[in-house]
Design a protein around this ligand. Structure first.
Ligand SMILES: Cc1ncc(COP(=O)(O)O)c(C=O)c1O
Length: 428
Protein backbone atom coordinates (compact mmCIF):
# COMPACT_ATOMS: atom_id res chain seq x y z
CA UNK A 1 0.00 0.00 0.00
CA UNK A 2 2.81 2.42 0.76
CA UNK A 3 6.21 3.46 -0.21
CA UNK A 4 8.18 5.89 1.82
CA UNK A 5 8.24 9.52 0.90
CA UNK A 6 11.27 11.43 2.09
CA UNK A 7 10.15 14.78 3.24
CA UNK A 8 11.68 17.87 4.65
CA UNK A 9 9.41 18.39 7.63
CA UNK A 10 10.21 22.10 7.76
CA UNK A 11 9.23 22.91 4.17
CA UNK A 12 6.54 20.26 3.98
CA UNK A 13 7.83 19.32 0.54
CA UNK A 14 8.25 15.74 -0.48
CA UNK A 15 10.55 14.27 -3.05
CA UNK A 16 8.02 11.75 -4.29
CA UNK A 17 4.28 11.34 -4.55
CA UNK A 18 2.30 10.12 -1.62
CA UNK A 19 2.27 6.61 -0.75
CA UNK A 20 -1.15 5.47 0.19
CA UNK A 21 -4.28 5.01 -1.78
CA UNK A 22 -7.08 6.96 -0.12
CA UNK A 23 -9.73 5.02 -1.99
CA UNK A 24 -8.30 1.76 -0.72
CA UNK A 25 -7.93 3.08 2.80
CA UNK A 26 -11.57 4.22 2.96
CA UNK A 27 -12.58 0.57 3.29
CA UNK A 28 -11.17 0.68 6.82
CA UNK A 29 -13.73 3.36 7.82
CA UNK A 30 -17.23 1.86 8.04
CA UNK A 31 -18.98 5.21 8.54
CA UNK A 32 -17.83 6.39 5.11
CA UNK A 33 -20.36 3.96 3.59
CA UNK A 34 -23.21 5.99 5.07
CA UNK A 35 -25.76 7.40 2.66
CA UNK A 36 -26.86 10.90 3.63
CA UNK A 37 -29.81 12.50 1.83
CA UNK A 38 -29.44 9.93 -0.95
CA UNK A 39 -25.72 10.57 -1.48
CA UNK A 40 -22.61 8.88 -0.22
CA UNK A 41 -21.30 10.73 2.80
CA UNK A 42 -18.53 13.20 1.97
CA UNK A 43 -17.00 13.88 5.34
CA UNK A 44 -15.13 17.18 5.36
CA UNK A 45 -15.37 18.03 9.04
CA UNK A 46 -12.13 16.44 10.12
CA UNK A 47 -10.83 19.48 11.97
CA UNK A 48 -13.74 18.95 14.40
CA UNK A 49 -13.18 15.21 14.72
CA UNK A 50 -11.89 12.49 12.45
CA UNK A 51 -13.61 9.23 11.59
CA UNK A 52 -12.41 5.99 13.17
CA UNK A 53 -10.98 2.96 11.40
CA UNK A 54 -12.30 -0.52 12.14
CA UNK A 55 -9.07 -1.30 14.03
CA UNK A 56 -9.89 1.39 16.61
CA UNK A 57 -13.49 0.18 16.94
CA UNK A 58 -12.26 -3.43 17.27
CA UNK A 59 -9.79 -2.44 19.95
CA UNK A 60 -12.58 -0.86 22.01
CA UNK A 61 -14.80 -3.92 21.63
CA UNK A 62 -11.90 -6.25 22.41
CA UNK A 63 -11.20 -4.44 25.68
CA UNK A 64 -14.81 -4.53 26.84
CA UNK A 65 -15.39 -8.12 25.71
CA UNK A 66 -12.15 -9.68 26.86
CA UNK A 67 -10.28 -7.81 29.54
CA UNK A 68 -12.39 -4.98 30.92
CA UNK A 69 -10.84 -4.11 34.26
CA UNK A 70 -9.49 -1.17 36.20
CA UNK A 71 -5.81 -0.36 35.80
CA UNK A 72 -2.90 -0.02 38.24
CA UNK A 73 -4.83 -1.58 41.10
CA UNK A 74 -5.35 -5.27 40.73
CA UNK A 75 -3.06 -8.25 40.68
CA UNK A 76 -5.56 -10.38 38.80
CA UNK A 77 -5.05 -11.26 35.17
CA UNK A 78 -7.61 -8.91 33.67
CA UNK A 79 -6.23 -5.93 35.55
CA UNK A 80 -2.70 -6.79 34.51
CA UNK A 81 -3.73 -7.11 30.89
CA UNK A 82 -5.59 -3.82 31.00
CA UNK A 83 -2.68 -2.08 32.74
CA UNK A 84 -0.17 -3.44 30.23
CA UNK A 85 -2.32 -2.39 27.29
CA UNK A 86 -2.94 1.06 28.81
CA UNK A 87 0.71 1.72 29.62
CA UNK A 88 1.77 0.40 26.24
CA UNK A 89 -0.18 3.23 24.63
CA UNK A 90 1.78 5.70 26.69
CA UNK A 91 4.87 4.42 24.96
CA UNK A 92 3.18 4.70 21.56
CA UNK A 93 2.29 8.31 22.34
CA UNK A 94 5.88 8.95 23.38
CA UNK A 95 7.22 7.53 20.14
CA UNK A 96 4.63 9.38 18.06
CA UNK A 97 5.81 12.78 19.24
CA UNK A 98 9.43 11.73 19.81
CA UNK A 99 9.42 12.41 23.55
CA UNK A 100 12.34 11.32 25.70
CA UNK A 101 10.40 9.53 28.40
CA UNK A 102 7.02 7.96 29.12
CA UNK A 103 7.00 9.95 32.35
CA UNK A 104 6.34 12.99 30.21
CA UNK A 105 3.12 11.60 28.70
CA UNK A 106 -0.02 12.42 30.67
CA UNK A 107 -3.45 11.25 29.59
CA UNK A 108 -6.27 13.76 29.96
CA UNK A 109 -9.85 13.96 28.66
CA UNK A 110 -8.91 16.10 25.69
CA UNK A 111 -6.54 18.86 24.58
CA UNK A 112 -8.64 21.40 26.47
CA UNK A 113 -8.14 19.61 29.77
CA UNK A 114 -4.41 19.36 29.04
CA UNK A 115 -4.22 23.15 28.60
CA UNK A 116 -6.21 23.66 31.80
CA UNK A 117 -3.90 21.30 33.66
CA UNK A 118 -0.94 23.50 32.75
CA UNK A 119 -2.85 26.74 33.37
CA UNK A 120 -3.85 25.68 36.89
CA UNK A 121 -0.88 23.61 37.99
CA UNK A 122 2.02 25.46 36.36
CA UNK A 123 0.22 28.76 35.90
CA UNK A 124 -1.06 29.25 39.43
CA UNK A 125 2.39 28.59 40.88
CA UNK A 126 4.49 30.47 38.32
CA UNK A 127 2.46 33.46 37.15
CA UNK A 128 2.41 36.57 39.31
CA UNK A 129 1.00 40.07 39.00
CA UNK A 130 2.60 41.99 36.14
CA UNK A 131 3.76 38.86 34.28
CA UNK A 132 2.81 38.45 30.64
CA UNK A 133 1.34 35.51 28.77
CA UNK A 134 1.53 35.69 24.99
CA UNK A 135 -1.05 34.04 22.73
CA UNK A 136 -2.05 34.57 19.11
CA UNK A 137 -5.38 35.89 17.91
CA UNK A 138 -6.01 32.66 16.01
CA UNK A 139 -6.02 30.44 19.09
CA UNK A 140 -8.91 28.07 19.65
CA UNK A 141 -10.90 29.08 22.75
CA UNK A 142 -9.27 26.08 24.44
CA UNK A 143 -5.89 27.74 24.18
CA UNK A 144 -7.17 31.24 24.84
CA UNK A 145 -9.74 31.27 27.64
CA UNK A 146 -7.61 29.28 30.16
CA UNK A 147 -4.82 31.89 29.77
CA UNK A 148 -7.23 34.79 29.91
CA UNK A 149 -8.68 33.34 33.13
CA UNK A 150 -5.20 32.73 34.56
CA UNK A 151 -4.21 36.32 33.76
CA UNK A 152 -7.37 37.50 35.53
CA UNK A 153 -6.69 35.30 38.57
CA UNK A 154 -3.15 36.57 38.90
CA UNK A 155 -3.48 40.13 37.70
CA UNK A 156 -1.14 39.27 34.85
CA UNK A 157 -1.40 40.52 31.27
CA UNK A 158 -2.59 38.56 28.25
CA UNK A 159 -0.72 39.80 25.19
CA UNK A 160 -2.40 38.92 21.89
CA UNK A 161 -0.37 38.74 18.70
CA UNK A 162 -2.20 39.43 15.44
CA UNK A 163 -1.94 38.14 11.89
CA UNK A 164 -0.62 39.51 8.63
CA UNK A 165 -3.04 40.19 5.80
CA UNK A 166 -2.18 36.72 4.42
CA UNK A 167 -3.51 35.09 7.58
CA UNK A 168 -0.10 34.23 8.95
CA UNK A 169 1.17 34.99 12.38
CA UNK A 170 2.68 38.48 12.41
CA UNK A 171 6.22 37.64 13.48
CA UNK A 172 7.21 41.30 13.87
CA UNK A 173 4.42 41.62 16.40
CA UNK A 174 5.47 38.35 18.02
CA UNK A 175 9.06 39.59 18.36
CA UNK A 176 7.85 42.82 19.94
CA UNK A 177 5.46 40.94 22.25
CA UNK A 178 8.00 38.57 23.78
CA UNK A 179 10.05 40.38 26.40
CA UNK A 180 11.53 39.91 29.86
CA UNK A 181 8.06 40.00 31.44
CA UNK A 182 6.87 37.09 29.29
CA UNK A 183 6.51 33.89 31.28
CA UNK A 184 4.66 31.77 28.75
CA UNK A 185 3.88 31.73 25.05
CA UNK A 186 0.86 29.55 24.20
CA UNK A 187 0.44 29.10 20.49
CA UNK A 188 -1.18 26.77 18.03
CA UNK A 189 0.83 24.50 15.75
CA UNK A 190 -1.86 24.78 13.06
CA UNK A 191 -4.94 26.99 13.02
CA UNK A 192 -8.24 25.13 13.00
CA UNK A 193 -9.77 28.00 11.01
CA UNK A 194 -7.13 29.25 8.57
CA UNK A 195 -4.96 26.16 8.32
CA UNK A 196 -1.99 28.42 9.08
CA UNK A 197 1.08 26.57 10.32
CA UNK A 198 2.99 28.66 12.83
CA UNK A 199 6.79 29.09 12.70
CA UNK A 200 7.24 27.33 16.01
CA UNK A 201 11.01 27.03 15.97
CA UNK A 202 11.40 30.78 15.67
CA UNK A 203 8.79 31.50 18.36
CA UNK A 204 10.28 28.94 20.75
CA UNK A 205 13.76 30.34 20.32
CA UNK A 206 12.49 33.91 20.94
CA UNK A 207 10.66 32.77 24.08
CA UNK A 208 13.53 30.76 25.47
CA UNK A 209 15.91 33.70 25.01
CA UNK A 210 13.66 35.58 27.45
CA UNK A 211 13.40 32.62 29.81
CA UNK A 212 9.74 32.04 28.91
CA UNK A 213 8.17 28.61 28.40
CA UNK A 214 6.20 27.62 25.31
CA UNK A 215 3.02 25.56 25.20
CA UNK A 216 2.15 24.28 21.74
CA UNK A 217 -1.48 23.51 20.98
CA UNK A 218 -1.09 20.51 18.71
CA UNK A 219 -4.79 19.62 18.51
CA UNK A 220 -4.64 20.15 14.74
CA UNK A 221 -0.90 19.93 14.11
CA UNK A 222 -0.11 16.57 15.68
CA UNK A 223 -2.93 14.95 13.69
CA UNK A 224 -1.62 16.22 10.37
CA UNK A 225 2.11 16.98 10.59
CA UNK A 226 5.13 14.98 11.66
CA UNK A 227 5.84 16.32 15.16
CA UNK A 228 8.91 15.93 17.30
CA UNK A 229 8.94 17.68 20.67
CA UNK A 230 12.69 17.27 20.78
CA UNK A 231 13.12 18.94 17.40
CA UNK A 232 10.67 21.69 18.35
CA UNK A 233 12.28 22.18 21.76
CA UNK A 234 8.94 23.33 23.21
CA UNK A 235 8.05 22.87 26.89
CA UNK A 236 4.47 21.58 26.68
CA UNK A 237 2.48 20.04 23.84
CA UNK A 238 -1.20 19.16 23.97
CA UNK A 239 -3.34 17.17 21.55
CA UNK A 240 -6.58 15.19 21.27
CA UNK A 241 -6.82 11.64 19.99
CA UNK A 242 -10.31 12.05 18.51
CA UNK A 243 -8.90 14.31 15.79
CA UNK A 244 -6.42 11.64 14.73
CA UNK A 245 -8.49 8.47 14.28
CA UNK A 246 -8.79 7.73 18.00
CA UNK A 247 -11.87 7.71 20.21
CA UNK A 248 -13.26 10.74 22.00
CA UNK A 249 -12.29 11.25 25.62
CA UNK A 250 -8.51 11.06 25.35
CA UNK A 251 -6.12 13.98 25.30
CA UNK A 252 -2.38 13.98 25.76
CA UNK A 253 -0.25 16.44 27.64
CA UNK A 254 3.45 16.21 27.02
CA UNK A 255 5.70 18.28 29.24
CA UNK A 256 9.40 18.33 30.03
CA UNK A 257 10.06 15.97 32.89
CA UNK A 258 11.96 18.56 34.95
CA UNK A 259 9.07 21.04 34.66
CA UNK A 260 6.36 18.46 35.37
CA UNK A 261 8.27 17.33 38.45
CA UNK A 262 8.13 20.85 39.83
CA UNK A 263 4.41 21.25 39.23
CA UNK A 264 1.80 20.45 41.91
CA UNK A 265 -0.98 17.97 41.06
CA UNK A 266 -3.93 19.26 39.08
CA UNK A 267 -6.56 17.04 40.68
CA UNK A 268 -6.40 15.02 43.89
CA UNK A 269 -7.69 11.55 44.74
CA UNK A 270 -6.99 7.95 43.87
CA UNK A 271 -4.08 6.83 41.68
CA UNK A 272 -2.19 10.12 41.96
CA UNK A 273 -0.85 9.26 45.43
CA UNK A 274 1.94 7.07 46.71
CA UNK A 275 1.19 7.22 50.45
CA UNK A 276 -1.79 8.78 52.21
CA UNK A 277 -1.71 9.46 55.94
CA UNK A 278 -4.25 11.33 57.98
CA UNK A 279 -2.00 14.36 58.26
CA UNK A 280 -0.31 14.39 54.85
CA UNK A 281 -0.09 12.71 51.46
CA UNK A 282 2.88 11.90 49.31
CA UNK A 283 2.03 12.13 45.64
CA UNK A 284 2.73 9.55 43.00
CA UNK A 285 5.61 9.91 40.58
CA UNK A 286 5.23 11.02 36.99
CA UNK A 287 3.10 10.58 34.99
CA UNK A 288 0.50 9.25 37.45
CA UNK A 289 0.79 12.31 39.69
CA UNK A 290 -1.37 14.04 37.09
CA UNK A 291 -3.84 11.22 36.46
CA UNK A 292 -6.24 11.24 39.40
CA UNK A 293 -9.03 8.65 39.48
CA UNK A 294 -9.89 5.89 37.05
CA UNK A 295 -8.62 6.96 33.66
CA UNK A 296 -10.41 6.45 30.37
CA UNK A 297 -8.99 2.94 30.05
CA UNK A 298 -10.94 1.76 27.01
CA UNK A 299 -10.40 4.84 24.92
CA UNK A 300 -6.71 5.13 25.78
CA UNK A 301 -6.22 1.50 24.76
CA UNK A 302 -8.10 2.08 21.49
CA UNK A 303 -5.95 5.17 20.92
CA UNK A 304 -3.08 2.73 20.55
CA UNK A 305 -4.73 1.39 17.40
CA UNK A 306 -4.99 4.97 16.08
CA UNK A 307 -1.27 5.56 16.67
CA UNK A 308 -0.50 2.25 14.93
CA UNK A 309 -2.63 3.20 11.94
CA UNK A 310 -0.98 6.58 11.49
CA UNK A 311 2.52 5.19 12.10
CA UNK A 312 1.91 2.63 9.39
CA UNK A 313 0.90 5.31 6.92
CA UNK A 314 3.76 7.58 8.01
CA UNK A 315 3.03 11.15 9.07
CA UNK A 316 5.17 12.49 6.22
CA UNK A 317 2.79 10.71 3.88
CA UNK A 318 -0.26 12.01 5.72
CA UNK A 319 1.11 15.54 5.29
CA UNK A 320 1.93 14.95 1.64
CA UNK A 321 -1.55 13.61 0.89
CA UNK A 322 -3.13 16.66 2.51
CA UNK A 323 -0.82 19.08 0.72
CA UNK A 324 -1.82 17.65 -2.63
CA UNK A 325 -5.51 17.54 -1.81
CA UNK A 326 -5.47 21.07 -0.39
CA UNK A 327 -3.70 22.41 -3.45
CA UNK A 328 -6.27 20.75 -5.68
CA UNK A 329 -9.20 21.91 -3.55
CA UNK A 330 -8.00 25.52 -3.36
CA UNK A 331 -7.42 25.61 -7.08
CA UNK A 332 -10.88 24.22 -7.84
CA UNK A 333 -12.69 26.29 -5.26
CA UNK A 334 -10.94 29.49 -6.30
CA UNK A 335 -12.38 28.99 -9.80
CA UNK A 336 -15.87 29.61 -8.41
CA UNK A 337 -16.98 33.25 -8.73
CA UNK A 338 -17.71 34.75 -5.31
CA UNK A 339 -15.42 32.32 -3.48
CA UNK A 340 -13.14 33.73 -0.81
CA UNK A 341 -10.74 31.35 0.91
CA UNK A 342 -9.23 32.70 4.12
CA UNK A 343 -5.67 32.12 5.33
CA UNK A 344 -2.47 31.45 3.39
CA UNK A 345 -3.10 31.23 -0.35
CA UNK A 346 -2.47 28.56 -2.97
CA UNK A 347 1.13 29.72 -3.36
CA UNK A 348 1.91 29.36 0.34
CA UNK A 349 0.86 25.77 0.70
CA UNK A 350 3.83 24.76 2.81
CA UNK A 351 2.61 27.23 5.41
CA UNK A 352 -0.90 25.79 5.64
CA UNK A 353 -2.66 22.54 6.35
CA UNK A 354 -5.78 20.93 4.93
CA UNK A 355 -8.29 23.23 6.60
CA UNK A 356 -10.12 25.53 4.21
CA UNK A 357 -12.35 28.21 5.68
CA UNK A 358 -14.32 30.10 3.09
CA UNK A 359 -17.00 32.65 2.38
CA UNK A 360 -19.21 32.26 -0.65
CA UNK A 361 -20.71 35.49 -1.91
CA UNK A 362 -23.31 36.73 0.54
CA UNK A 363 -24.45 33.24 1.54
CA UNK A 364 -24.59 32.73 5.30
CA UNK A 365 -22.19 29.92 6.31
CA UNK A 366 -25.00 28.06 8.09
CA UNK A 367 -27.16 28.09 4.95
CA UNK A 368 -24.18 26.87 3.00
CA UNK A 369 -23.63 24.03 5.45
CA UNK A 370 -27.30 23.09 5.31
CA UNK A 371 -27.49 22.99 1.52
CA UNK A 372 -24.24 21.04 1.25
CA UNK A 373 -25.66 18.56 3.76
CA UNK A 374 -28.50 17.95 1.31
CA UNK A 375 -25.82 16.55 -1.00
CA UNK A 376 -24.39 14.44 1.82
CA UNK A 377 -21.44 16.78 2.36
CA UNK A 378 -20.46 17.44 5.97
CA UNK A 379 -18.72 20.79 6.43
CA UNK A 380 -18.69 22.97 9.52
CA UNK A 381 -20.13 26.45 9.77
CA UNK A 382 -19.70 29.06 12.46
CA UNK A 383 -16.94 30.63 14.51
CA UNK A 384 -15.08 27.33 15.02
CA UNK A 385 -14.41 28.21 18.67
CA UNK A 386 -12.30 31.16 17.53
CA UNK A 387 -14.43 34.22 18.25
CA UNK A 388 -11.47 36.60 18.81
CA UNK A 389 -10.17 35.64 15.36
CA UNK A 390 -13.59 36.15 13.77
CA UNK A 391 -13.92 39.56 15.39
CA UNK A 392 -10.45 40.55 14.18
CA UNK A 393 -11.44 39.58 10.63
CA UNK A 394 -14.74 41.47 10.91
CA UNK A 395 -16.90 38.40 10.32
CA UNK A 396 -19.19 36.20 12.40
CA UNK A 397 -18.23 32.89 10.92
CA UNK A 398 -17.13 30.87 7.93
CA UNK A 399 -17.87 27.56 6.28
CA UNK A 400 -14.99 25.15 6.69
CA UNK A 401 -13.95 22.06 4.76
CA UNK A 402 -11.18 20.07 6.39
CA UNK A 403 -9.45 16.98 5.04
CA UNK A 404 -7.90 13.82 6.30
CA UNK A 405 -6.30 10.68 4.96
CA UNK A 406 -9.47 9.20 3.42
CA UNK A 407 -10.57 12.28 1.46
CA UNK A 408 -10.20 12.22 -2.29
CA UNK A 409 -10.12 14.52 -5.31
CA UNK A 410 -13.49 13.10 -6.34
CA UNK A 411 -14.95 14.40 -3.09
CA UNK A 412 -13.44 17.83 -3.77
CA UNK A 413 -15.00 17.77 -7.24
CA UNK A 414 -18.36 16.91 -5.70
CA UNK A 415 -18.00 19.75 -3.21
CA UNK A 416 -17.30 22.21 -6.01
CA UNK A 417 -20.24 20.95 -8.08
CA UNK A 418 -22.52 21.19 -5.04
CA UNK A 419 -21.38 24.77 -4.44
CA UNK A 420 -22.74 25.58 -7.86
CA UNK A 421 -26.10 24.23 -6.65
CA UNK A 422 -25.87 26.57 -3.68
CA UNK A 423 -25.40 29.41 -6.14
CA UNK A 424 -28.46 28.24 -8.13
CA UNK A 425 -30.65 27.87 -5.03
CA UNK A 426 -29.62 30.95 -3.09
CA UNK A 427 -27.77 33.11 -5.57
CA UNK A 428 -24.42 34.20 -4.25
C1 LIG B 1 -6.52 24.16 17.42
C2 LIG B 1 -7.38 23.49 18.44
N1 LIG B 1 -7.05 23.55 19.72
C3 LIG B 1 -7.76 22.96 20.68
C4 LIG B 1 -8.89 22.25 20.37
C5 LIG B 1 -9.66 21.61 21.46
O1 LIG B 1 -9.68 20.23 21.32
P1 LIG B 1 -10.62 19.37 22.27
O2 LIG B 1 -12.01 19.89 22.08
O3 LIG B 1 -10.46 17.98 21.79
O4 LIG B 1 -10.14 19.58 23.64
C6 LIG B 1 -9.31 22.16 19.05
C7 LIG B 1 -10.56 21.47 18.68
O5 LIG B 1 -11.19 21.78 17.70
C8 LIG B 1 -8.52 22.79 18.05
O6 LIG B 1 -8.85 22.71 16.77
Amino acid sequence: MMNTATMNTKTGKSAIRPMFDSLELRKDFPVLDRIIEGNKLVYLDNAATSQKPQAVIDSLVDYYRNYNSNVHRGIHTLSQEATDAFENVRNKARLFIDAASEKEIIFTRNATEAVNLVAYSWGDTNIAAGDEIVVSIMEHHSNFVPWQALAERKNAKLVIVGLTTDGELDMDEMKAAINEKTKLVAVTQMSNVLGTITPLNEIISLAHKQGALVLVDGAQGVAHLPTSVRELDCDFLVFSMHKMLGPTGVGVLWGREAILNQMPPFQYGGDMISIVKTDRTRYNELPWKFEAGTPNVADVIASGAAFDYLEKLGMENVRQHELELTEYAMHRMNSLPGMKILGPGEKELERRGGVISFLYGEVHPHDLGQILNESGIAVRAGHHCCQPLMTSMGIHGTARASFYIYNTREEVDFLVESMKTVDKVLGI
